[in-house]
Design a protein around this ligand. Structure first.
Ligand code: ADP
Ligand code: MG
Length: 137
């Protein structure tokens, strides 16, 4: 994993969500995440990429592998210059949606990943960073 340990996918169209899924699946598989964890990571990436497309119109997903002495991980960031999120606590509630969606994308992604950080400024945009770790001995 020396080469190709980071990359990005520009999200402009709905079909770019498929590209995000593919890149994230490849990266997580190379890191030897279990099939279950790969599915969790891809599902979260898919939801967050869809939100970028749906609420901001466009943005970018960056992925990067993480390594420390006895863990490897994957970090995904989703950055857009859309409308931003007014109430960060509210959007983390199961079922909250401004688009008649299921309102599970954000809270679900947080549960599927080990860590999630949201930074958002109304009128400027949103950045969401998620991480997943795998212990290796
Ligand atoms: N990137 C984003 N920019 C602006 N608003 C967002 C973004 N992502 C999520 N939101 C807001 O958070 C709400 C909850 O998102 P989510 O949990 O994915 O549910 P859903 O997409 O089904 O509505 C959305 O309805 C939207 O109002
Ligand atoms: Mg959503």
């Amino acid at each position: 994993m020396n080469e190709d340990t980071r990359g990005e996918v520009v999200i402009n169209n709905e079909s770019d969500i498929i590209v995000v899924r593919k890149k994230v699946r490849e990266a997580a598989t190379l890191l030897n995440f279990s099939l279950t964890d790969v599915t969790r990571i891809v599902t979260a990436a898919s939801e967050l990429a869809r939100n970028v497309f749906l609420y901001a119109g466009s943005g970018v997903m960056k992925w990067q592998t993480l390594k420390s002495s006895n863990t490897v991980g994957i970090m995904l960031s989703f950055k857009d210059s859309g409308p931003g999120i007014t109430d960060l606590e509210l959007v983390m509630n199961d079922g909250y949606s401004t688009s008649r969606g299921l309102g599970l994308g954000l809270p679900g992604s947080r549960r599927l990943m080990d860590d999630m950080e949201i930074t958002s400024q109304v009128g400027k945009g949103t950045t969401i960073v998620v991480k997943k770790w795998r212990r290796c001995y």
